[in-house]
Design a protein around this ligand. Structure first.
Ligand code: 3H9
Length: 696
């Protein structure tokens, strides 16, 4: 047999081997190969077969690159049925991760062995889908309705030991995958075990109340998504029918979801998160060594960066001003590591070893002399940053990389105060830095290619998603944020209320609206930003000033119990405050604005148009390489709803001409932020999409 699936016999044991790098996805050739191998096993003298995969993982699922294209036979559910229907037993060996269709192949096998450390999962909901090759029909029969629905609605990966407890796996093996399969096959032969088809099992009884509780939890956690509850319905209703009818129900629901914009959006997000790290400028460029990281500043950001590095095997030297600040930083880091221990991410011994062997906290700058990379995370002031970089320039070893964690300052200007601008880069982490996965890698004019490559290598080491950004105020993320936040303020000035804006955007899918976010971050943050921008603001530029009034009143947001909203025992998540409406009404009056009504749809349309238009400027100016880099930035760092794929993907979905129309209308009032982006105008004129630029 040629192709990615082979069959061979070892005495009485047949081996079906899948070899389809990188992740053994069940592309058409694999599906056809599995049918052929199953037939070869049936025709052979072998009495038991082992399905095993080559490489770093068992089958990681259906081939996602085939989604959205016409389906090709044989279909995966039929392939799995073919395996399950065999009259001789089949043992599936799982190593790495058996995900989606890969786990469904295992469920169609008669026995499952997991190599130690292996995991299973049904992550289809992350792609806007439900399991489509028997996952909703076989898993409830195997382990019960509630645990099965919990697994595919949460998309969590379940480890080998838990799989044994749940009844998913028959054994955990410490052997390599092939040997593990051979050992279990010998046991099957020795004990005379026969076929055991999950499709012939009945779903164990469960309490209706438990199902309702799970549904309510799933609905709460996945607002706006259509697939999760659909999956539960299909599992519950389908398993009441004969197996083949249940499979038809699952297939119909799977294909219905395949046609939805949510599926297209989530697959765009999946591939974009991987494409951001593929940069033509890095082809053939090797990163510099990266084992010892220096961090300047032990506040929330610096501490979080240090923890991210420690948790991923890097040595850290953290510098603070004086002994007291050093002590505080050390305590903060120890607390964050203790949280990791509490959440089961780290053993207590490993934590102690990190603190004792991998972390140095000190006020002594020269201790950074051996560091490979030094990340500055001090107060956002150009003078303070320049002072730090001058010191670093004097002590860092030649070839060490000097990075700033600034979220908007000019990295070229920072680099210029050193004698090694080629070694200077921006590494913009998001808070909390050991949790948030986005890392903006800000490439300054003189940054050397291998320094950029090291930024990307750092992101990989820290399991973060890196996005390349050019230098401008706020880079990709904060620059676009400033624009849509101002667009929201202008709508409030024109008559919408902050509460209506938040509600409309939360219904669109954002976890929080901009004013709830402002309260969470602290009203003082917005106040300081406005102060910083005041000297360069054009006369007549419209922006909301009520935030300054709130600040002066000491209404700092959640931390002071009131900001835009009131936070107290009766409303811990905040309730609208009429006093804020009065403050805004006074501002409108002073500015001569007669308020008008906004519909929720108009709010979303204008807010999104402002975000997309600024995104187009950012791409057009080369600050972001492609529209997908903007999408990933907003998805990973700014709570953009994943089921909408990112602002640029969403723009393609609603049509660029419509976005341009909204922007042109908004621009009639003369606000610069709404000036149409030349790139948006060009694409509309040429009838092209943003996605066409992703493919160039
Ligand atoms: C499904 O199965 C539906 C069924 O129920 C029903 C069907 C009828 N297909 O992430 P990595 C590529 S839905 C195609 O960097 P890692 C990926 O793009 C599917 N390609 O590695 C990348 O390519 P490149 C359910 C895939 O070690 C390369 O492989 N399954 C697929 O960090 C390496 O990926 C999932 O949703 C795929 N399924 O993580 C699993 N998966 O090198 C999705 C990966 O060109 N995959 N690629 O950039 C994952 O979660 C991770 O890739 C995995 C490995 C954990 C497997």
């Amino acid at each position: 047999m040629n192709g990615p699936v082979s069959f061979e016999t070892h005495g009485e044991i047949g081996v079906i081997r899948v070899d389809n790098p990188p992740v053994n996805a069940t592309s058409q050739a694999v599906r056809a190969g599995l049918i052929a191998a199953a037939d070869a096993f049936a025709a052979s003298d072998a009495k038991v077969a082992v399905i095993v995969a080559e490489g770093r993982t068992f089958i990681a699922g259906a081939d996602i690159t085939e989604f959205g294209k016409p389906p090709m036979e044989p279909h995966l559910p039929d392939v799995i049925h073919h395996i399950e229907a065999l009259k001789k037993p089949v043992v599936c060996v799982i190593h790495g991760t058996a995900l989606g269709g890969g786990f469904e192949v295992a469920l169609g096998s008669h026995y499952r062995v997991m190599v130690k450390g292996a995991k299973i999962g049904l992550p289809e909901v992350n792609l806007g889908l439900i399991p489509g090759a028997g996952g909703t029909q076989r898993l409830p029969r195997l382990i019960g309705m509630i645990p099965a629905c919990e697994i595919f609605t949460s998309s969590r990966q379940v480890g080998a030991d838990e799989c044994v407890k749940l009844g998913i796996a028959d054994a955990v093996s410490t052997e390599a995958p092939f040997e593990a399969g051979m050992s279990f096959a010998r046991k099957v032969l020795a004990e005379g075990l026969g076929v055991r088809r999950v499709s012939e099992m009945t779903v164990p009884a469960y309490a209706a109340a438990d199902l309702e509780a799970l549904k309510a939890k799933v609905a709460r956690a996945n607002k706006g998504h259509v697939c999760h509850l659909k999956g539960i319905d299909v599992a519950v209703e389908g398993t009441k029918l004969p197996f083949s009818e249940g499979m038809k129900m699952e297939r119909a629901a799977f294909w219905e979801l395949m046609q939805t914009p949510q599926r297209a959006a989530m697959i765009h997000a999946f591939f974009s998160e991987r494409k951001v790290a593929s940069l033509p400028e890095l082809k053939g460029v090797s990163p510099r060594p990266l084992g010892h990281v220096g961090v300047i500043g032990g506040g929330t950001m610096g501490g979080g960066i240090a923890v991210a590095c420690l948790l991923n095997g890097l040595k850290v030297t953290l510098i603070e001003r004086d002994a007291e600040a050093v002590e505080r930083a050390h305590t903060g880091i120890a607390r964050m590591l203790a949280d990791s221990v509490k959440r089961g991410k780290l053993g207590a011994d490993a934590r102690d070893a990190l603190l004792a062997e991998k972390l140095v906290t000190t006020s002594d700058y020269p201790s950074l002399a051996a560091a490979d990379l030094i990340i500055e995370a001090v107060f956002e002031s150009m003078d303070v940053k320049k002072d730090v970089f001058t010191k670093l320039d004097a002590i860092a070893r030649p070839g060490a990389i000097l990075a700033s964690n600034t979220s908007y300052l000019d990295v070229d200007e920072i680099a210029a105060c050193t004698k090694r601008p080629q070694d200077v880069i921006g590494l913009h982490f998001f808070s909390p830095a050991h949790v948030m996965r986005l890392l903006e890698i800000v490439v300054a004019g003189k940054t050397a290619p291998d320094v950029v490559a090291t930024g990307f290598a750092l992101a990989k080491a820290l399991k973060k998603v890196p996005v390349r950004a050019g230098v401008c105020d706020g880079f990709i993320g904060n620059r676009i944020l400033k624009t849509y936040r101002t667009a929201a303020d202008i709508m409030v000035l024109e008559g919408a209320s902050p509460f209506q804006v938040d509600k409309a955007l939360e219904e669109f899918g954002f976890a929080m609206g901009p004013y709830a976010v402002a309260d969470l971050a602290g009203i003082d943050i917005g106040y300081l930003t406005r102060q910083r921008l005041a000297p360069t603001r054009k006369p007549g530029e419209r922006f909301g000033e009520w935030g300054d009034v709130l600040y002066e009143m000491g209404r700092l947001g959640r931390k002071s119990g009131h900001g835009h909203y009131i936070y107290d025992e009766t409303s811990p998540k905040g309730r609208p405050d009429p006093e804020v409406e009065e403050i805004i009404a006074r501002e409108r009056k002073a500015k001569g604005i007669t308020p008008r009504a906004f519909s929720d749809a108009e709010i979303v349309e204008r807010y999104m148009a402002a975000m997309i238009n600024e995104g187009a400027k950012v791409v057009g100016e080369g600050i972001a390489l492609r529209p997908l880099d903007v999408d990933v930035t907003k998805l990973m760092g700014y709570g953009f709803p994943r089921f909408r794929g990112g602002p640029m993907h969403y723009a393609d979905h609603i049509g660029l001409a419509k976005v341009l129309g909204t922007i042109e209308d908004a621009h009639k009032a003369g606000d610069d932020i709404f000036a149409p982006a030349p790139l948006l105008q060009k694409l509309v004129a040429e009838g092209r999409s943003f996605d066409s630029l992703n493919k160039e």
